[in-house]
Ligand binder design. Structure first.
Ligand code: ADP
Ligand code: MN
Ligand code: MN
Ligand code: MN
Length: 350
């Protein structure tokens, strides 16, 4: 017998939360299509009225559960009882069926002491020394919660999640992990399962995860982002600054549409300080960590072949919705209207 842990996103607004429950199965042949649909009470997760409360869980991705024996973590989409996509189902809105889009998300977060309601490393009264020594630190004076962070890294690796690295971040008790996926849905699935694992490991340590983008408010402490690094065949093979400019410019008129899915309370974080661009501005630039979109220097060094980094999504954003919106904007670039670029595009397709 095996344990299937069905994981899904609830209907909480503005930030959806993780939910999960366990189903015991008689056997499992290791194939996604062998994992059955299941249902849950949507009236308890803000996803259905009490009168007709059934919602459907549709398995879309699974890994071996690194924390339990004979167990699997099953990421699910939520469907209405009639099989249509539930309105909370951001994954279903991603238009990337050929997996041409690659995403690398840099997930920042705070390890949080539920007793003091402060980050790990913060004394119960007052504050630790100001920012400076914590980023990529080592030593008990500056790095807080490493045992838990290491356990999470091991769990992700054991599960086969494509985690790329971790680092201690700028604020005390703040950390980051990076996950890369070929295919927007895959990247989102892996971020959500990694977030789920962090929550579960936190239970063992009595430490909660604060995903808010600015948990220390107006004080002089960095907020948490989830930079979205992205590329498609066009960006990976462009070989042209003009093509990169055209793609970046496509983001300018749709700033509000992007902000709608870049995470709650982002105005608190995108102030123009702490390595961010102001929420009201739009800018892009090579190596510019104060820009909305950074063109990584490696992209330029490789002859304008590579990827872009949208620095605006925050730590609590849904990677599915972020990816869906970025894909929509990148695909909106109409090269037939840009005569000077057609030559470059021809070169690309050759
Ligand atoms: P920094 O902290 O300097 O912004 P990181 O090293 O933390 O950068 O993260 C860079 C991210 O960019 C990684 O998640 C990586 O997977 C991602 N990345 C690299 N190349 C590509 C690419 N071609 N398409 C999409 N993402 C990419
Ligand atoms: Mn990073
Ligand atoms: Mn970071
Ligand atoms: Mn980054």
């Amino acid at each position: 017998m095996v344990k299937f842990e069905y994981v899904w996103l609830d209907g909480s607004k503005p930030t959806q939360g993780l939910r999960s429950k366990t189903k015991i199965a008689k056997d499992f042949d290791g194939k996604l299509e062998s994992i059955p649909l299941w249902s849950f009470d949507g009236s308890s997760t803000k996803q259905a009225p009490g009168g007709s409360s059934d919602c459907i869980l549709k398995p879309v991705y699974f890994v071996e559960d690194p924390l339990r024996n004979d167990a699997y973590l099953i990421m699910c989409e939520v469907l209405n009882a009639d099989g249509t996509n539930h309105e909370s189902n951001g994954r279903a809105t991603i238009e990337d069926n050929d997996n041409d889009f690659w995403f690398g998300f840099e997930q920042e977060y705070f390890l949080w002491n539920p007793q003091t309601d402060k980050p790990l490393g913060f004394p119960s009264g007052g504050y630790p020394a100001p920012q400076g020594p914590y980023y990529c630190s080592a030593g008990a004076a500056n790095a807080f919660g490493r045992n838990m962070v290491e356990k999470h890294l091991d769990a992700c690796m054991k599960a086969g999640i494509n985690i790329e690295g971790i680092n201690a971040e700028v604020a005390a008790g703040q950390w980051e992990f990076q996950i890369f996926g070929k295919g927007a849905k895959s990247a989102g699935d892996q971020i959500w399962i990694a977030r789920y694992l962090l929550e579960r490991i936190g239970e063992e340590f009595g430490v909660s995860i604060n995903w808010h983008c600015k948990p220390l408010g107006e004080l002089d402490w960095n907020g948490s982002g989830m930079h979205a690094n992205f590329s498609n065949t066009l960006l990976r093979t462009a070989g042209s600054k003009a093509i990169y400019d055209a793609v970046c410019e496509a983001f300018r008129p749709v700033v509000e549409e992007h902000m709608e899915v870049y995470g709650a309370d982002n105005h608190m974080r995108l102030t123009g300080l702490h390595e961010t661009a102001a929420i009201t501005d739009f800018s892009y630039g090579v190596s510019d960590r104060g820009a909305s979109i950074r063109i990584p220097v490696v992209t330029v060094e490789n002859g304008w072949k590579g990827y872009l980094e949208d620095r605006r999504p925050n730590s609590a954003a849904d990677p599915y919705k972020v990816a869906a919106r970025i894909i929509k904007t990148v695909k909106s670039v109409d090269f037939t209207q840009k005569a000077e670029l057609v030559k470059d595009i021809d070169l690309v397709s050759n």
